[in-house]
Design a protein around this ligand. Structure first.
Ligand code: ZN
Length: 170
């Protein structure tokens, strides 16, 4: 194992798998393991300990993954009906209220994650269709050229994952 473990790298998310999908359409970093990716279409962690990108792309070649993608594509992911709650934005995390807040410039990956999270909140708040998120990264890159839009990934699978597993009730 030359060089030891390789960490998950967000730059993979804009690469295409062998099915022609952006990896970011179905994959995020495993939140519990920086050396693993997580396929939210199959709900499966993908170890990246060696030759990571290859392992992620290899996962997309699997019959099970292709079947999951196919099933998700035929599912009707239409509208999110989410009751608005005026308290939901301020209570999360808690505990640090009252401390001084230092405004630090966000690291690049955090800026990208923030953009994706803001978009997910926007979709949840306005009830936009998940399908409208397909093609969004290309649109945003054309509208807002820059490093954040270059690494921004979104798809109907990802928005579903973000809303239900990211900001939804757990
Ligand atoms: Zn998968």
């Amino acid at each position: 194992m030359p060089g030891g473990k390789t960490k998950f790298n967000r730059s993979w998310l804009v690469k295409l798998d062998n099915n022609g999908n952006s990896i970011g359409d179905w994959c995020v970093q495993d939140s519990s393991n920086e050396f693993a990716a997580y396929c939210f279409v199959c709900s499966k962690s993908i170890s990246c300990a060696n030759n990571c990108l290859y392992q992620v792309i290899n996962h997309a070649d699997g019959a099970k993954h292709k079947q999951c993608i196919k099933e998700k594509k035929t599912q009707k992911l239409l509208f999110v009906a989410k009751p608005t709650s005026s308290t939901s934005t301020s209570t999360q995390g808690g505990g640090d209220v009252g401390k001084s807040v230092y405004l630090q410039p966000l690291a690049h990956t955090e800026q990208v994650a923030k953009a994706e999270a803001l978009w997910a909140l926007n979709v949840a708040a306005t009830g936009m269709s998940y399908t409208s998120c397909d093609g969004l990264p290309v649109l945003f890159r054309a509208m807002f050229p820059g490093q954040v839009s270059a690494d921004f990934t979104m798809s109907k699978f990802k928005i579903s994952y973000l809303i239900f597993d990211g900001i939804g009730p757990s």
